[in-house]
Design a protein around this ligand. Structure first.
Ligand SMILES: [Zn+2]
Length: 508
């Protein structure tokens, strides 16, 4: 994973030099593969594609975004120059490149003024379609080629919603006290199953299908506004620069009321920052110690946290929200906190959102099609957190978050299959946690914990799926899980034979 944290273009350049010198090299991450002969010598001059479209010399193995933002904090609006380098993600030449733009669900939220291939003067045709932007290239992009596209646009963040008890809505919004920007920029759509994946926006849950990318972002903010962005930070006057590698999303918050506190305890080399509104600065200690404990525990349980910093940012929303290397916590969580104690949403939500750095950021999933693969796991992480640090509160947690809600519903629905936030919470969060708890009871805690770690390691940096999870369970247990799976899934997956008592048709 450390190797993958390096900038893609640096890595590719290094490999191409090594290949040239030795003429034979093993370029795979795993090493030890068959020697591969270089197909062509390094290019000294940019390769020109059709109609003079210049290809990138170094083909990045994941997209690289370089973004300049001028922030109009008072109006919640951003003036943006974005450049994205990417290679053709498909196995066919492409004329159209598609982007997801979640804020475009609001009329006139985004105004794209200019789109070009970097290095070419001609303007490109671009068509907004729902929450997608379709860019038409002047010529086909060959399967092995990479280009850079540049955009100029303005974005008006929607007003922050405060939907207490609900899950979903905009993860980028501006409120009276702070703004938060999550999926706010033009995001190259994933290429999946032979098409660009532009799923539109679902108001319930996290309507995102992120893949890994690298980010270099500069934000110019007004005097007196503190910016809190993801990754390595360089701050000089009004300019805030961030570098983030191998991330699902680049998020930042901003406020003229932030009180910033850096934790004086560094866990596993990770610096933790808390950005609370000044009126809630007295609660920083509670959030920071929870964050410390969560980082430490999840690092031990699953595997390493992928960054050197974690920023926890108070937002004007009611709910928590996960981003890469950043966690958002809604003001409502702070306002309702009695000022001490662990039996509260502020503590549980902090642990929950931090666990998404493992289940969402590192082990990725399609949050629209398989939301249970991050939310059930984040809920289970809350259980582990309370078991580790507040064993006397575990029963309170079970009663408050599960039993008193008497949840019903299947855990494996897509976002679009849930009629409202409560149905979604019941199925994916509550029944999701109950499913994992039942699996743990059936397997035993030692085998379950080993399987979770195994699953995390194998699925690191991937978009995971249910089969990968059940395969990990089967590598660590032979408990028959058929009845439990039938109880919780609307469409029960075909289980490995080892954990289904060799049921007819089981996976070998
Ligand atoms: Zn969550």
């Amino acid at each position: 994973m450390h190797a993958q944290n390096r900038p893609a273009h640096v890595k590719v350049a290094t490999i191409s030099v090594a290949c040239t010198l030795t003429l034979l090299c093993s370029c795979g991450e795993s090493g030890g593969g068959k020697p591969i002969a270089p197909t062509s010598p390094p290019r000294a001059t940019p390769r020109m594609l059709g109609t003079g479209m210049p290809a990138l010399e170094d083909v990045p193995n994941r997209p690289l975004y370089a973004i300049n933002v001028t922030l109009d904090y008072a109006n919640g609006s951003l003036t943006v120059q974005e450049r994205v380098e990417f290679k053709n993600p498909s196995n066919v030449p492409l004329r159209q490149i598609k982007f997801n733009v979640p804020p475009a669900r609001h009329p006139n939220a985004i105004t794209v003024k200019d789109a070009r291939v970097f290095g070419q003067p001609a303007n490109l045709r671009f068509d907004p379609v729902g929450t997608a932007l379709i860019v038409t290239l002047p010529a086909l992009l060959p399967t092995d080629a990479a280009i850079a596209l540049t955009f100029d646009y303005t974005l008006k963040l929607p007003p922050a919603e405060s939907m207490v008890g609900a899950i979903g809505g905009d993860d980028s919004s501006s409120g009276p006290n702070a703004l938060i920007a999550g999926h706010w920029y033009l995001m190259l759509a994933p290429w999946r199953d032979g098409n660009w994946d532009t799923p539109g926006f679902y108001p319930v849950g996290d309507s995102y299908n992120d893949e890994l990318a690298d980010y270099d972002v500069t934000i110019l903010a007004p005097d007196g506004v503190t910016v809190a962005g993801a990754g390595d930070e360089q701050h000089n006057g009004r300019q805030w620069r961030y570098s983030l590698r191998n991330a699902r999303v680049f998020a930042f918050g901003a406020s003229d009321q932030f009180a910033v506190e850096k934790d004086d305890i560094v866990i596993d080399g990770i610096e933790i920052y808390h950005y609370a509104l000044k009126k809630h600065a007295n609660l920083s200690g509670h959030v920071l110690i929870t964050a410390e404990r969560a980082l430490k525990l999840f690092g031990q349980l699953y595997g390493p946290y992928p960054y050197k910093t974690l920023r926890i940012i108070e937002t004007d929303r009611a709910q928590g929200q996960e981003y890469s290397a950043v966690v958002g916590l809604g003001s409502v969580l702070y306002e309702r906190y009695p000022g001490g104690g662990s039996r509260h949403d502020l503590i549980a939500s902090t642990a929950h959102e931090i666990s998404h750095q493992w289940w969402f950021q590192t082990v990725g999933n399609d949050q629209i099609k398989t939301p249970w693969l991050d939310e059930s796991f984040a809920r289970m992480a809350e259980v582990k957190f309370y078991e580790a640090y507040y064993p006397n509160d575990v029963d309170w947690w079970m009663e408050n978050y599960l039993r008193s809600k008497k949840p019903t519903g299947a855990i494996d629905g897509t976002l679009g299959s849930f009629g409202d936030s409560q149905a979604y919470l019941n199925g994916v969060y509550r029944r999701g946690a109950m499913f994992l708890l039942d699996v743990r009871t059936a397997m035993g805690t030692t085998a379950f914990d080993a399987a979770m770690k195994d699953y995390f390691v194998v699925e690191t940096d991937k978009i995971t799926n249910a089969n990968a999870f059940f395969d990990a369970l089967a590598r660590n247990s032979n408990a028959d899980l058929s009845v439990i799976v039938r109880d919780y899934f609307a469409n029960p997956p075909v289980l490995p034979c080892k954990i289904s008592a060799n049921a007819p048709g089981c996976r070998k």
